[in-house]
Design a binder for this molecule. Sequence first.
Ligand SMILES: Cc1cc2nc3c(=O)[nH]c(=O)nc-3n(C[C@H](O)[C@H](O)[C@H](O)COP(=O)(O)O)c2cc1C
Length: 341
Amino acid sequence: MNDILKQRNIGNTKLKNSLIMAPCCMYSAKEDAKLTHFHFSHYEARAIGGVGLIIVEATAIEPKGRISDKDLGLYTKEQAQLHKQLVQNCQSYGTKMGIQLAHAGRKSQANDTTPVAPSSIKFSDEYKQPNELTLDEIEQIKESFVNSALLAKEAGYDVLELHGAHGYLLCEFNSPLTNKRDDIYGGSLENRCRLTIEIAKEIKEATNLPLSVRISATEWSDGGWDIKDSIYLSKELEKVGADVIHVSAGGNQANAKHMPKLEPLYQADYAKQIKENINIPVIAVGLINTYEQCQEVYDRNCADFVAMGRELLRNPNTIQYFLQKENQKNSYQHQYARAFY
Ligand SMILES: Cc1cc2nc3c(=O)[nH]c(=O)nc-3n(C[C@H](O)[C@H](O)[C@H](O)COP(=O)(O)O)c2cc1C
């Protein structure tokens, strides 16, 4: 069997294949930040489609952590009840379920919210001026991450993902361009990464669930966060128990000067460089859309898993085509067997 359909583990969770649905915000929740009928149909369709792991979209750990008023949240028992139902429904198709726990930081555009950030620096003119977090507020955010992780565990999630990418709160702390603090959470690389590492450690200790951390490998800007920093962070995350590093890029600067051309596998070499420096698996993501492109990721030894975002939005049954390519009729969703050619 070829790499794409190979069963692999994230921590002690075995995925039936190596294809992951990347977290993709659907901006379809109401004010209460609860799952809606749409989310059930959307995620169940991808579960029936056969991906190994679904990572549910960025889900806020507190109301201020929402990117918009339509984001999901996981900070109340009532929200968790609905997640439990979603998880059970999707798992019944053999798909493992993950959830991305997130705080939007200065990129929150939720109404009635003054965003918070490591330092009071706006993302761009279209965004609000954030308040600089106090040390007490940082402690509260850490507690909210752990609370949310525990609710996710109660809901039955197999894997947790910490959102440390794309210019949201943790990514803002990591970058020297958005973190100008002079306390233990700012200054040196070690200090800037402290919050991400502390939260990863606390979530792992509190839940003992397999933990993915999504990072931006670079912010493509002079003097900014780069791949060397990402290798340092990944090594530290491995030490505190992270089970996989999910390697994305960008999102912390509105007009990143050195952003590359967006072409297939444009982020895969960052995953490769990180993989070469750590002993836990790595997920590659970013314009990896076809069977052949997935295979190239494995042939070049860039990653252990491929995550897909937009391709799975276009076609929830992508993996069924991959099964056909490998003539694996037995793994094909049985109700669709007559569609196998
Ligand atoms: C509609 C949409 C929503 C997204 N929401 C999230 C999100 O909630 N969390 C996240 O880390 N990335 C998010 N992303 C980024 C994707 O997870 C993925 O990294 C990106 O789309 C590149 O992969 P792709 O080329 O396979 O789509 C989103 C992307 C899209 C298109």
